[in-house]
Ligand binder design. Structure first.
Ligand SMILES: NC(=O)c1ccc[n+]([C@@H]2O[C@H](COP(=O)([O-])OP(=O)(O)OC[C@H]3O[C@@H](n4cnc5c(N)ncnc54)[C@H](O)[C@@H]3O)[C@@H](O)[C@H]2O)c1
Length: 272
């Protein structure tokens, strides 16, 4: 059983690895013996995560990377290959929403600027596609690899207000399926591409929607979410780890092109 889930020595590249969810993933994979490459635009925070992993006996490097800049991604790939020789696992975690692409009672859909919508699509979809081009090429050459995209539950059924983010994550699901098929048909039967779809996790990207900035109390939206989550709470980064380890290890060797929900039952609950 343990062998199935063993990731000892496997090289994991994690974009957005300095953020809340993906730093949790990075630390958990390091504890299981994976060699970690934190790729993030926030160099200081990326280094802090890598340093924490190393101080706990793990192996990690931090590489300042912009997932929207192919040259930056290629430079990061060179560093990873020079340091560890190969890439076994890619987690496309960099993503997020922004206020300017989010409707409110006073900020209507009709007024959302094109550049705000573009920003959200770029970060979530284009950043995932470009990173997969650069690191997927190394996997294709070697004929082996596992890619995990980080989608969201609103990719299946959109949430109110976050129009661009919902659509961009739906596109990430579609890309996950496309890429899984493309690698197998053109390069190797030993490359798998799946996605995880976290439900509601309280992090920087949604804090302004779920808690009142002034009081720290839950907003109406926050209360609605908990009310519609049969498990009665937000997710915490640790909730993602079991599914992630399953998907990147040999335990899921025949699982390909799927999007796995991790949402405390939110999607299953009609509210009645
Ligand atoms: N928080 C949630 O409830 C939730 C739910 C579903 C899905 N997700 C997804 O999970 C992933 C992680 O989200 P999080 O909540 O931990 O967010 P976060 O904001 O804590 O982390 C995102 C990280 O991405 C990095 N980043 C931003 N732009 C970048 C760029 N151009 N190049 C490289 N790195 C860049 C940031 O510096 C940050 O460290 C995202 O894809 C997000 O959409 C989050």
């Amino acid at each position: 059983m343990d062998e199935l889930f063993d990731i000892t020595g496997r090289v994991s590249v994690i974009t957005g690895g300095a953020g809340i969810l993906c730093s949790g993933m990075a630390k958990a994979l390091a504890e299981r013996g994976s060699k970690i490459c934190i790729l993030d635009i926030d160099e200081k925070q990326a280094k802090a995560v890598a340093d924490e992993i190393k101080s706990n006996g793990g192996t990690a490097i931090a590489v300042k990377t912009d997932v929207l800049d192919k040259n930056s991604l290629k430079d990061a790939r060179d560093v990873v290959l020079e340091t560890f020789g190969q890439v076994d696992i890619l987690i496309n975690g960099a993503g997020g929403n922004k206020k300017e692409a989010t409707t409110t009672e006073t900020f209507e859909f009709f007024d959302i600027p094109a550049d705000a919508i573009q920003w959200v699509f770029n970060l979530n979809l284009l950043g995932t596609v470009l990173t997969t081009q650069v690191f997927g090429e190394a996997m294709a050459k070697r004929g082996e690899g596992v890619i995990i995209n980080v989608s969201s539950m609103n990719s299946f059924r959109p949430l109110t207000r976050i129009v661009a983010y919902s659509a961009a994550k739906a596109a990430v699901n579609n890309f996950t399926q496309w890429m899984a098929v493309h690698f197998n048909l053109n390069y190797s039967k030993n490359i798998r591409v799946n996605a995880i779809a976290p439900g509601f996790f309280l992090t920087n990207q949604n804090r302004f929607l779920l808690t009142d900035e002034a009081t720290g109390e839950p907003t109406e939206r926050g209360k609605q979410i908990i009310g519609h989550t049969p498990m009665g709470r937000y997710g915490v980064p640790e909730d993602l780890i079991g599914t992630l380890v399953w998907l990147i290890s040999d335990a899921s060797g025949f699982v390909n092109g799927t999007v796995v929900p991790i949402d405390g039952g939110f999607a299953a609950y009609s509210g009645v």
